[in-house]
Design a protein around this ligand. Structure first.
Ligand code: MG
Length: 162
């Protein structure tokens, strides 16, 4: 069994007049994330972790922010595309572990739905998709609710050739 590991990070600005989408789930809030796509910061961090594990570059390479094709894109569709790149190279996802850093809203009640949605997109069991939420203790831009950040680690596995 060969294994590879990758990490990803992303941050998006919080603004009024946008939906808040995290892990493919719409979360009720007074603010949403600004971006060319749906600005799903958690899904973006996961994509970069998956790509990074195989040194395939980053999401900006596959989905350029200035490409009108991706305007308003559902990031879970982009994630499915990235998963296809991984699978086509003979790799499968062992597990993901992630952290979402947000001062508000409280994300804990939404974590099971986010795990279920991401697992569905990736063909995984929900317990292969770790999601943790923390605040930034009111420190820095995330603490001032100017944005939400996410970190992700992905473990990939490839069975040994028979
Ligand atoms: Mg992003």
């Amino acid at each position: 069994m060969a294994i590879r590991i990758g990490n990803g990070y992303d941050i998006h600005q919080l603004v009024s007049g946008r939906p808040l989408i995290l892990g493919g789930v719409a979360i009720p809030h007074t603010l949403g994330l600004l971006g060319h796509s749906d600005a799903d910061v958690l899904t973006h961090a996961i994509m970069d972790a998956l790509l990074g594990a195989l040194s395939l570059g980053d999401i900006g390479h596959y989905f350029p922010p200035d490409d009108p094709q991706w305007a308003g894109a559902d990031s879970t569709q982009l994630l499915a595309h990235v998963a296809g790149l991984i699978h086509s190279r003979g790799w499968q996802i062992g597990n993901l572990d992630t952290v979402v850093v947000a001062e508000r809203p409280k994300l804990k009640p939404h974590i099971p739905a986010m795990q279920a949605r991401l697992a569905e997109v990736l063909g995984l069991a929900p317990d292969q998709v770790g999601i943790k939420a923390t605040t930034n203790e009111k420190l820095g831009p995330v603490g001032r609710e100017e944005g939400i950040a996410a970190y992700a680690v992905a473990l990939l596995e490839r069975p040994a050739a028979p």
